[in-house]
Design a protein. Structure first.
Lengths: 188, 188
DNA sequence: GTCTATAAAGTGATAGAC
DNA sequence: GTCTATCACTTTATAGAC
C-alpha cells in the first residue's frame, strides 16, 4: 500500500477525468457543475480547479471526437470503411464523443469540435465521389451517421436503441452505397 | 394611435414570445436568460415573469414540435408524404422546432418533446411497412430526417446549408423509398 | 400596465489553512 | 497533496413603487 504522493495525484486526476467525461456526457456542459464532478470523483471543487485550471479546460480535455482513419479507395472500399466506422460508433457508448455531442448545440466549443470532425470526414469522402452533387451526398452520409448515433445513444429511439450494431449497419449499408455511387439520371 | 391597455399588453406579450422563441432557438434553454429575452423584447424581466409565471412555462409555450399530418397509404404515398414533410422542415427555419431541438440534449422537457414527436411518427410509419425489421427501418427514416435537419439548420454543414430543399429531398427520396419497401433478401 | 429593488440560491474561481 | 472558506458574480423569482 505504498502510494507515493505523485502517484496519488495521478490517481485523483484520473478519477476526476473519468467523472467529468461521464457527467458532461450525461448532462452537457452547462448543467454539469465543478462541484458535482468533484463529488463524483470523491474529491473537491478546489482540487479540480487546481489541476485543470478551469471548467472550460477540463471540458476540452475530455470532450473530444476521436478522428476516424483515412477513408479512401474504390467506391466499394469507401462503403466498407464507412460502415465499419458506423458499427464502431454504435457498439459501445463512446463516452468522450457523447460529452461533445450532448453539448454540441449549447456549448460553442463543442459545436466547433463536432463540426470540424464532420467536415474533415465529409471533405475526404466528397473528393472521391463521382457526380457534381458529391458534396451534398457526402454531407448526407454524415447526416445519416449523426442521426443514427444520436438516435441510438442520446434519444434512445425505439428500434435503434435495442438492435445490434450489425443489424443497424446492415440496414444502412445499401443507403450509403447508393449515395456513394451517385444517382444515375434515369430518363423516365 | 388609440392602443387600449388590453391591446398594449397583448402586443408586449407577443414581442416577448417572439424574442423567447428566437433566443431559445439560438442559444438553448440554459444559456438564454429571462433578462436577455426581456431586453430583446424591449421589456423587462419582471414583466416576463408576471406574464408567463416562470422561465420553464415560457419555454414550454414557444418550444414545440408541430405535429406532422397523418402518414398513411400505399408505400408510394408514404414516400411522398415523408419527402413532402422533409421539404417543409428544410425550407424555412422552423423557429419553434429549433428552440426545442437545440435544447434536446440538455433540457429534459425539450428531450421528451422531441422524442414524443419522433416516436409518434415512427410508430405510425412502422405499422405500415412490410418486413420484420419495420421498427428499425422506421427509426432510420426518423434518424435520417433528424440528421438532415440538424445538419442544415443547426450545424450548417457544407452542402446541406446551401442546397435548395428540393435538391436535398431529391437526393434523399430514393433512400426513403428503399427503407419503405424493405430489403428483399437477395441470394448472392 | 410597467419597471425598479431586492431576495435567495447557486455558480466558477481564489486564497490559504491543514 | 488535500480541502475549507470565501469572493464576486449571475441567475430566477418576488414585492412593491410609479
Amino acid at each position: 500500500m505504498t502510494t507515493s504522493r505523485a502517484e496519488a495525484r495521478r490517481l485523483t486526476e484520473q478519477r476526476i477525468l473519468d467523472a467529468a467525461r461521464r457527467l458532461f456526457g450525461e448532462q452537457g456542459y452547462d448543467r454539469t457543475t465543478i462541484r458535482a464532478i468533484a463529488a463524483a470523483a470523491n474529491s473537491d471543487a478546489g482540487l479540480v480547479m487546481r489541476y485543470f485550471g478551469s471548467k472550460e479546460k477540463l471540458f476540452a480535455q475530455v470532450a473530444t471526437i476521436p478522428a476516424d482513419g483515412p477513408i479512401t479507395g474504390s467506391p466499394a472500399e469507401i462503403a466498407k470503411l464507412l460502415t465499419a466506422g458506423l458499427t464502431d460508433k454504435l457498439a459501445d457508448e463512446p463516452t468522450a464523443a457523447l460529452a461533445a455531442l450532448r453539448s454540441i448545440f449549447t456549448h460553442p466549443e463543442a459545436g466547433v469540435e463536432v463540426r470540424a470532425a464532420m467536415t474533415r470526414q465529409q471533405q475526404q469522402v466528397a473528393a472521391q465521389l463521382p457526380g457534381d452533387d458529391a458534396v451534398l451526398r457526402a454531407a448526407l452520409i454524415g447526416a445519416i451517421t449523426l442521426g443514427t448515433v444520436i438516435g441510438r445513444h442520446l434519444i434512445h429511439l425505439e428500434g435503434l436503441a435495442t438492435a445490434t450494431p450489425e443489424d443497424i449497419t446492415a440496414a444502412i449499408e445499401p443507403l450509403l452505397s447508393h449515395l456513394i455511387q451517385g444517382t444515375p439520371t434515369t430518363t423516365p
